[in-house]
Design a binder for this molecule. Structure first.
Ligand code: GLA
Length: 375
């Protein structure tokens, strides 16, 4: 009998700590109840069959031919399998896979990492491979870097694999040490507002930021005999002393990164102390930095964040994820939610002629695998 597994792989939110993961900083994300689901079945032969019900597309391929495809979405799958077989030297059997997702694509809640992480975890399980979660994080990162072309950090994959119900993951990306923090917001709830825009060249602009940070680190390290492994290790007074040596743009990028990392530690502390208003202030500061110093926001995101500012019933708001579109994350009083969503919908439509989509989430467990049939 063939083996069959069902995999549920969630998206993620990030309360604060944006664009710091690839700079060795700390982040405060959580897995969510919206997810990609897979049914994977081991089959005979060497041909694999993929059927995505979400985008209504199918494709098949041989395990021995995993070259990049000109169909972008297929590369998420081909890259994952190529990595397991050719980079890790592991054997997997042919399989068929049905994919179904409730994660909006391009909303900045990590549908692509959920896809790759879930597939990797499912294939590892069904083939009885002994691979730890931290190694899956590396597999997924590698696929994103080399097959998809996004030189991202580890926040998304790590959260998708380690998430826990009602907990945020305070992860230090340089060491991968992490602590769970209660995601307890009392009368407030996290609501995402999807701008439904995804500006062109987001990947290129993202990779440019990675380069600019690396450049800032190199300049600082030149004077400090390579003391720092990551930009987040540099303290603000050292950075200040480079104000004249660094191009203003690069200085701003570094300044944002270093301060965003400090804000994340502060927010994790405030969450433990249940000081929600302070967390909200940190979220607004984060947005201001992402907009003015890191320059990864856009008019649609700024508009939605500004819209929340007059209301005491909203504690905090900021853009979330890579930027250039996607969602804002908001902490809104439960009783004010409906009224505000109405306001947001009307004002956003009036301004951009686009519908904003609210996404209500709860913080949930990371990847779950269930054996439906053992071979
Ligand atoms: C994307 C990347 C992450 C992270 C965020 C920004 O989601 O995949 O690694 O860098 O952007 O915080």
């Amino acid at each position: 009998m063939n083996k069959i597994v069902k995999v549920e792989s969630p998206g993620r939110i990030n309360l604060i700590g944006e664009h710091v993961d690839y700079n060795g900083g700390s982040v405060l994300p959580g897995a969510i109840d919206k997810k990609v689901e897979f049914i994977i079945e081991n089959i005979k032969g060497s041909k694999c069959f993929i059927d995505s019900e979400t985008i209504n597309k199918k494709f098949e391929f041989e395990l021995s031919s995993l070259e990049k495809s000109n169909q972008h979405w297929q590369n998420y799958i081909l890259g994952t399998i190529n990595n397991i077989i050719n980079k890790r030297n592991l054997k997997i059997s042919a399989f068929s896979c049905k994919i179904n997702s409730s994660l909006p694509i391009g909303a900045g809640i990590s549908s692509s990492s959920a896809l790759i992480s879930g597939l990797a975890a499912g294939l590892i399980e069904i083939n009885n491979l002994q691979i730890k979660k931290s190694e899956i994080v590396d597999i997924v990162s590698d696929v994103e870097h080399n097959y998809i072309g996004l030189k991202g950090g580890i926040m998304d994959q790590f959260t998708i694999l380690h998430g826990q119900k009602n907990k945020l993951v305070h992860l230090e990306c340089h060491s991968r040490n992490f602590k769970y923090v209660n995601a307890e917001f009392n009368d407030y709830q996290i609501i995402l507002l999807n701008t439904n825009v995804e500006h062109n060249l987001a990947n290129t602009a993202y990779n440019d930021r990675v380069e600019e940070c690396r450049y800032a680190l190199d300049i600082i390290n030149n004077k400090y005999s390579n003391k720092f492994s990551y930009l987040c290790e540099v303290d603000s007074t050292i950075l200040e002393s480079f104000k004249v040596n660094l191009d203003a743009k690069v200085f701003n990028r570094a300044s944002f990164v270093i301060n965003e990392n400090l804000r994340t530690y502060e927010a994790a502390k405030k969450l433990n102390e249940f000081k929600l208003v302070e967390i909200g202030n940190l979220m607004y500061q984060s947005h201001a930095g992402l907009k003015d110093l890191y320059e990864v926001s856009c008019n649609e995101l700024d508009f939605l964040v500004d819209l929340t500012k007059p209301y005491d019933q909203i504690i905090g708001s900021r853009m979330m994820g890579g930027g250039f579109g996607g969602c804002t994350i908001n902490l809104i009083h439960k009783k004010f939610k409906d009224e505000f969503l109405d306001i947001a919908h009307k004002s956003y439509f009036e301004k951009f002629r686009i519908d904003v989509t609210p996404i209500e989430i709860s913080i949930s467990d990371g990847v779950k695998i269930k054996n439906l049939q053992t071979g």
